[in-house]
Structure formats: structure tokens, C-alpha cells
Design a protein around this ligand. Structure first.
Ligand SMILES: C[C@H](O)[C@H](O)[C@@H](O)C(=O)CO
Ligand SMILES: [Mn+2]
Length: 418
């Protein structure tokens, strides 16, 4: 795209926004401070680096598609993530699952993992100016079954408690090493495929497990807990539902993870922001896109995502939210998926930052209903894209669809040879 054209369009956009009281230069600074946490698992279809017998992902999760070029090892995941980062404006964090440890070809069971298995990631983060976040991994293991932390079997439950405690130690060490708290997410698939009568038992067990896991103070990490409406093969009941974790987080001062793919089709994740923030310290997002039974399609600028970012900005909660991504699609170019999803999340944030919220809020409080509607409608066609293009230019990344050229080149030179 022609640099001159982009700059002209931006200058016009800047004036248009100034007319409604919005300072695009200030917004560009805010967008620069908006850091996504890129999920490592999009690079290799949630495979990870454990030495294991071929196992299906399972545990309520599934990745479909066989687009060639998936990363096959730690070097390829790192290479792809750096490539993705070079095509996404701004600087972003990396979100690691425990199964992505540097196990060096050795079988390390989940209750044996230590920070040593993540030392090379910590070093990589430093070398590449990338802060790390972390996740315990309860899926895709011979002991995953349908119940982990809520399993009535003492041995199985203790195995997963030990795993999760170790993950907190690792997250805390990451936080210490990077001088910035590591955000550690806990999601377990625990649930039932069919009708069951022991819901209270499972939930009490999950609560007890969480209490044990969280006993140790870990100052350089933050715990977040993520509910889900159902998982594949676990359709009838989810132990860690949204209500369960919201209540737990409120009582214990933990962060709640809102995964936009984890709710009923007509339930609004955006509406949860102002509902839970009076009770919770902070939120973690997993920005994704549900399509029927799948919760993990690539993020796009759909209404759900846009509304979520509007709600965060309108609530004045920008610095109380952590912005993780959580989609995985093995049917399209994986690097393309990273870039499309990340840019879509940024654009939704940009549009929210460009809203003349104060003006609209005053009109609403003055009872000027039609003007509120009118201004909100007008925002939809304001030239926000020109501001995003300028953001790309200032960050020295391809503007608009030009990133496809880089992705095709990378596919030809790198991923097609895998
Ligand atoms: C890899 C998983 O998607 C992730 O850990 C979890 O956050 C989830 O959303 C499960 O549906
Ligand atoms: Mn998630």
C-alpha cells in the first residue's frame, strides 16, 4: 500500500475524530500499550513437546484440519511465533501451556515438571523482549479421563494437584525472571458426558483441590481460573462452570478468565465485564470465536469481540484486564490465523478507544436516547481503519492485506519444507 495514501487517510481521520473530541495520537499511544498474550498452541494444533505415545487431544478439546506446515518442535514453534510477532503491530506476550516445556526428548510426567524445563523459554523471552504467561495442562494425558482435580479417586486428584502446584512454581519463577507477574491460567475439562447425580461431590472436590493448590503465596504470578459451558464428549455437566469459578474468584480474590467461546450462544461475554469487576481484582480474557460446538475458531471482528472491548474501555478497566488469545485452527495457514486473530483483537480495541464515550455517556444521562443511538451508529463508519493503518506504519509492519505476501513467502521458504 502506498505510504503517501496511508498518511493522507490518517490525517483526514485525525481531523474527523478531533471534530468529535477524540485525540487519535493519544489513542495510538494507548494501543501501543495494549499487549496481547499470544497463545503458543496455535502453532502446532495444541500438540506440545512431551515424549508420549500418540494420543488424541481429547479432554473436551479437538483440533480439526490438516493444513501442512505445523510446527514440529520447540525451534519451529519459536520461529513461527517470532514471525507472527513481526507481522502484528506492537509488542506482545507469549502464553505457554505446560506441555510446551523444553523436555529435551526426555519423558517428564506432569507431576515431575520443574522450572528447569522452562529455563530456555525464560531465556528466549529475555532475548526476544517477550514477557511470558503460563497454563497448567490437564488434557491429553493418560490420567486426564473425564475428571482431574475433581476426581473422587485420591491418587488421580493428587497427581493433578501436584501438577498444578508445580505449574504455579514455574509461573512464579517466570514472573521473577522477567520482573513482571506471569499470568497463570487454570482450566480443567472435568465433567460428565451424560446425566450424573454427583454434581455437588465433584464441585466440592474441585473447591478442595483449588484451596490446596492456592495455599502457597506466589508473589510474581497471578492465578486465573477459567470456566466453560461444556466440552466435546463432556456435554452434560461441567464441574468448573462459569458460576463456580466466578464465586470462587470473588471469595478468594483470584482472576476470572473469560473465554469468549465458553458461553451459551446468546450469552454475552461482554456483559460479564462490568458485572464481575466490582468483586474481582482483575480479569483474563481468552479471545476466541465459538461456532456451534467449537469454542476455538479464529478471532474476527464480530459483534461479540467488539462488544467485549467496548465494555472494557467503557468500564475504565483497561489496566485490570489481561488479553490472552485462545483459538486454534489446523485447516488454514497457522501463521495467517495468528495474524488475523491478533489484528482483529487490536482493531476491536482500537475502535473501542476511538469511541467518544464521555460525550455519549453525558447524552445518555441527560435522557437524550435518540442521540446516543445516533452517535453509536455513526461510530461504525468512522475511519478507524486509517488509524489502524497508521499504527501498522509506525510499527513497521505490513499495512492491510499486505501481510499475506509475507505469509505466503514464509510458507514457501519455511513451513512447506516441514
Ligand atoms: C488449550 C485450551 O483451549 C485452553 O487451555 C483452555 O483455555 C480452553 O479454552 C479450553 O476450551
Ligand atoms: Mn480458553
Amino acid at each position: 500500500m502506498k505510504a503517501e495514501l496511508i498518511s493522507k487517510a490518517y490525517e483526514i481521520a485525525k481531523e474527523r475524530y478531533a471534530e468529535i473530541g477524540v485525540d487519535t495520537e493519544k489513542v495510538l499511544k494507548q494501543l501501543q500499550d495494549f499487549h496481547l498474550s499470544l497463545h503458543c498452541w496455535q502453532a502446532d494444533d495444541v500438540n506440545g513437546f512431551e515424549v508420549k505415545e500418540e494420543t488424541e487431544l481429547g479432554s473436551g478439546l479437538a483440533v480439526t484440519g490438516n493444513c501442512p506446515g505445523a510446527a514440529r518442535n520447540i525451534d519451529e514453534v519459536r520461529q513461527d511465533i517470532l514471525k507472527a510477532k513481526s507481522l502484528i503491530p506492537g509488542n506482545h506476550r507469549l502464553n505457554l501451556h505446560e506441555i510446551y516445556g523444553d523436555f529435551k526428548g526426555k519423558a517428564v510426567d506432569r507431576d515431575e515438571v520443574t522450572v528447569e524445563h522452562f529455563q530456555s523459554w525464560i531465556d528466549w523471552g529475555k532475548e526476544n523482549d517477550t514477557l511470558l504467561d503460563f497454563n497448567s495442562s490437564s488434557f491429553g494425558h493418560p490420567r486426564s479421563g473425564s475428571l482431574t482435580l475433581a476426581n473422587p479417586d485420591e491418587g488421580t486428584r493428587q497427581f493433578w494437584i501436584e501438577h498444578t502446584k508445580r505449574c504455579r512454581d514455574i509461573a512464579n519463577a517466570m514472573g521473577e525472571a522477567q520482573g513482571d507477574p506471569c499470568i497463570m491460567n487454570l482450566w480443567v475439562h472435568d465433567g460428565c458426558k451424560d446425566v450424573s447425580v454427583n454434581h455437588a461431590l465433584y464441585r466440592n472436590l474441585l473447591k478442595q483441590s483449588l484451596d490446596t493448590i492456592f495455599e502457597k503465596e506466589q508473589p510474581m504470578m497471578k492465578d486465573c481460573i477459567e470456566g466453560k459451558v461444556f466440552g466435546m464428549g463432556l456435554e452434560s455437566f461441567t464441574v468448573g462452570s462459569h458460576d463456580f469459578y466466578t464465586a470462587y474468584a470473588a471469595q478468594k480474590g483470584k482472576l476470572l478468565t473469560i473465554d469468549t467461546g465458553h458461553y451459551h450462544p446468546t450469552e454475552s461475554p461482554a456483559d460479564k465485564v462490568s458485572a464481575v469487576l466490582p468483586y474481582l481484582p482483575e480479569l483474563m480474557l481468552h479471545v476466541s470465536r465459538p461456532v456451534r460446538w467449537d469454542s476455538d475458531h479464529v478471532t474476527i471482528m464480530d459483534d461479540t469481540t467488539q462488544e467485549l472491548f467496548f465494555e472494557i474501555v467503557r468500564a475504565g478497566a483497561l489496566d485490570r484486564v489481561h488479553y490472552g488469545l485462545d483459538f486454534f485452527d489446523g485447516s488454514i495457514n497457522r501463521l495467517g490465523a495468528y495474524v488475523i486473530g491478533s489484528r482483529a483483537a487490536q482493531k476491536c480495541m482500537l475502535r473501542a478507544l476511538l469511541e467518544p464515550t464521555e460525550t455519549i455517556s453525558k447524552l445518555e444521562l441527560a435522557g437524550e436516547g435518540y442521540k446516543v443511538l445516533a452517535l453509536l451508529e455513526e461510530q461504525k463508519a468512522m475511519p478507524w481503519q486509517a488509524v489502524y493503518d497508521e499504527f501498522c506504519v509506525r510499527n513497521d509492519v505490513p499495512v492491510g492485506q499486505d501481510f499475506m505476501l509475507d505469509i505466503d513467502k514464509y510458507a514457501a521458504e519455511v513451513t512447506s519444507k516441514r
